[in-house]
Design a protein around this ligand. Sequence first.
Ligand SMILES: O=P(O)(O)OC[C@H]1O[C@H](OP(=O)(O)OP(=O)(O)O)[C@H](O)[C@@H]1O
Ligand SMILES: Nc1ncnc2[nH]cnc12
Length: 170
Amino acid sequence: MDLYQSIRSLKDYPEEGITFRDINPLLKDPKAFQEALDQMVAKVKDIDFDHIVGVEARGFILGAAMAHELKCGFVPVRKPGKLVAEVIQKSYSLEYGQDSLEIQKDALDPGDKVLIVDDLIATGGTSKASKDLVEALGAQVVAFCYLIELKDLDGRKRVEPTPVYSVLQY
Ligand SMILES: O=P(O)(O)OC[C@H]1O[C@H](OP(=O)(O)OP(=O)(O)O)[C@H](O)[C@@H]1O
Ligand SMILES: Nc1ncnc2[nH]cnc12
């Protein structure tokens, strides 16, 4: 099955020079969604981790589905003001703009091993901020897993030497 057929590419969105990779057609198609999950799971199934950390919003969809499949816990990293209880925050820049991410202080324990999941890695800003949040809690990021990697932006360099796995590359 060619998963590239299930990704819609929008030129000059949300601004000129950016080609937006829309995963909604893939999510809508149960066969493509299952195949994407199977391929992501296959890449990480031999790695030892305790939890999947998923990044709001699209990382929740794939991260939670993978956690269900792999029978591990799911921990959300969210945009500011969404989490209750005590949080820590990290600012970051992305392909189009600037944002912050938060994690609950009690979401992970020191020594926990974490797989970070998102739909896409572009500049790696989101991934680096998520890794910093996990590490600030004393946990360890053992790998990152994405459906899509935008190779030209070389986001994996931002999180070196942690391994990065992706299913589709542009
Ligand atoms: O590698 P980067 O340059 O940091 O970009 C990748 C991030 O950008 C997108 O999320 P976005 O912030 O647009 O949020 P959304 O999932 O809520 O749409 C995507 O889902 C990744 O999280
Ligand atoms: N080109 C892109 N397409 C979809 N999501 C993105 N997040 C950052 N860059 C993106």
